[in-house]
Design a protein around this ligand. Structure first.
Ligand code: DGL
Length: 272
């Protein structure tokens, strides 16, 4: 039986919109309810306990909106707090497993780079997933703490000297490693793809976790007969835990479509 309920997607802030963008391509008729915890971003510099607490609250919020499936569109939550979803009454997807699988399928020289937040890199979750599929792989992992604030600030133009120099500085080990495949292990990072590609060179394949995740969700919905049967374009609603204005502006530019005022609602952190 088709299921017309929305897909729930969450992230600490704007980054999960890079996953929404891929979902829109793969599943254009599905409705999406997005929660961006903009009042508490960033997650990636916090302790595991705090990230787990926030993740559990984000999942509960989406469940209260009666979603049919939840995606943690956040590399940090996927790496250190996926266990908070173990008892959810709906299917749960994270972004590490599909990204690792894609990187392994793409690499030719077995050298894979991973970039993510401090919590993600410390967890070594990508590396474990990669090694499980390809034990001989050489993985070089680096945390890029300044990338999330850059993106949240709307600074992503690859011509911008500050953006480019920041990316260069963080990626020096990745460049030295000779990897031919680089996992963007934080969902904010695809926004910086142009700058990252400039720094690592055109021969390095960038893995955007959103693309592989959207494909995995599509396959799951179809296999289980719970894709929507609506023929119209999906309807999107966004919830944020801080003021909606800046979210709306950056979301519109990220998604390439105007996010109107009535599409974004602020929720109080006390209600989470
Ligand atoms: N988009 C989140 C991630 O994928 C950002 C993390 C943060 O809030 O620091 O890890």
């Amino acid at each position: 039986m088709a299921d017309r309920r929305a897909i729930g997607v969450f992230d600490s802030g704007l980054g999960g919109l890079t996953v929404v963008k891929e979902l829109a391509k793969a599943l254009p008729n599905e409705d999406i309810i997005y929660f961006g915890d903009t009042g508490r971003v960033p997650y990636g510099t916090r302790s595991r306990d705090t990230i787990r607490k926030y993740a559990a609250e984000d999942e509960a919020f989406l469940l209260s909106k009666d979603v049919k499936l939840i995606i943690a569109a956040c590399g940090t939550v996927s790496s250190v707090a996926a266990d908070t979803a173990e008892n959810l009454p709906v299917p749960f997807f994270e972004v590490v497993t599909p990204a690792a699988r894609e990187a392994v399928s793409l690499t030719k020289n077995g050298k894979i780079g991973v970039i993510g937040t401090a919590a993600t890199i410390k967890s070594a979750r990508h590396e474990k997933n990669i090694k499980a599929l390809m034990p001989e792989a050489q993985v070089t992992a680096t945390s890029c703490t300044m990338f999330v604030p850059l993106v949240e600030e709307g600074w992503h133009n690859s011509e911008d000297i500050i953006v480019l120099e920041t990316v260069k500085r963080y990626l020096s080990d990745i460049v030295k490693s000779g990897c031919d495949t680089l996992i963007l292990g934080c969902t904010h990072y695809p926004v910086l793809s142009d700058a990252i590609q400039k720094v690592v060179g055109r021969d390095v394949r960038l893995v955007n976790a959103g693309t592989a995740t959207a494909e995995a969700v599509k396959e799951y919905l179809n296999k289980n007969g719970i894709a929507t049967d609506k023929k119209d374009n999906g309807v999107y609603r966004f919830f944020v835990s801080d003021k909606p204005e800046s979210f709306r502006n950056i979301a519109s530019s990220l998604l390439g479509e105007t996010v109107d005022e009535d599409m974004v609602e602020q929720v109080s952190l006390n209600d989470l």
